[in-house]
Design a protein around this ligand. Structure first.
Ligand SMILES: NC(=O)c1ccc[n+]([C@@H]2O[C@H](COP(=O)([O-])OP(=O)(O)OC[C@H]3O[C@@H](n4cnc5c(N)ncnc54)[C@H](OP(=O)(O)O)[C@@H]3O)[C@@H](O)[C@H]2O)c1
Length: 118
């Protein structure tokens, strides 16, 4: 870690998430690309690594509460911290509300991830 920081970006295999990861990576921050399709995530990470950025991937579907826990565990175990969290994963509000049970769990897990930022 060049500047000692690590970031998690959800929905990072394309669009705003990928550009956000690129910008953070250019600052020397290790970027972990959250992607619901690990192959797409790895393809995006390869592009960033080709640009000299330290990029990893983590399978992450924002609608799956178990993935939030998995992400928390990943950062806690590998880095013991999370310096930046950028939520760029697209999901419709209706889908999110339909998953009201998951929503509570997701919020709790996001709160946990944010705690890890300190
Ligand atoms: N672009 C803008 O100008 C703009 C402006 C304001 C706000 N926003 C908001 O910012 C977010 C990202 O915008 P964007 O333009 O980058 O959208 P995008 O190009 O459609 O990219 C969305 C990203 O979210 C991922 N994603 C979709 N559903 C997911 C899920 N359930 N779990 C995890 N990842 C998921 C997609 O993965 P797949 O490749 O697997 O589909 C993709 O990587 C959206 O919520 C959008 O409404 C965008």
């Amino acid at each position: 870690m060049e500047n000692g920081k690590v970031a998690f970006i959800t929905g990072a295999n394309r669009g705003l998430g990928l550009e956000t990861a690129r910008e953070l990576g250019k600052q020397g921050i290790v970027v972990v690309l959250g992607s619901r399709d690990p192959k797409k995530g790895e393809a995006a990470a390869v592009k960033l690594r080709d640009e000299g950025i330290t990029a990893e991937t983590l399978g992450f579907d924002v609608t799956k509460s178990q993935d939030h826990q998995k992400a928390y565990d990943y950062f806690a175990k590998k880095y013991g911290r999370l310096d930046r969290l950028r939520c760029c994963a697209k999901h419709s509000r209706r889908t999110f509300l339909r998953l009201s049970h998951s929503r509570k769990n997701c919020c709790r897990s996001y709160a946990k991830l944010r705690q890890a930022e300190s």
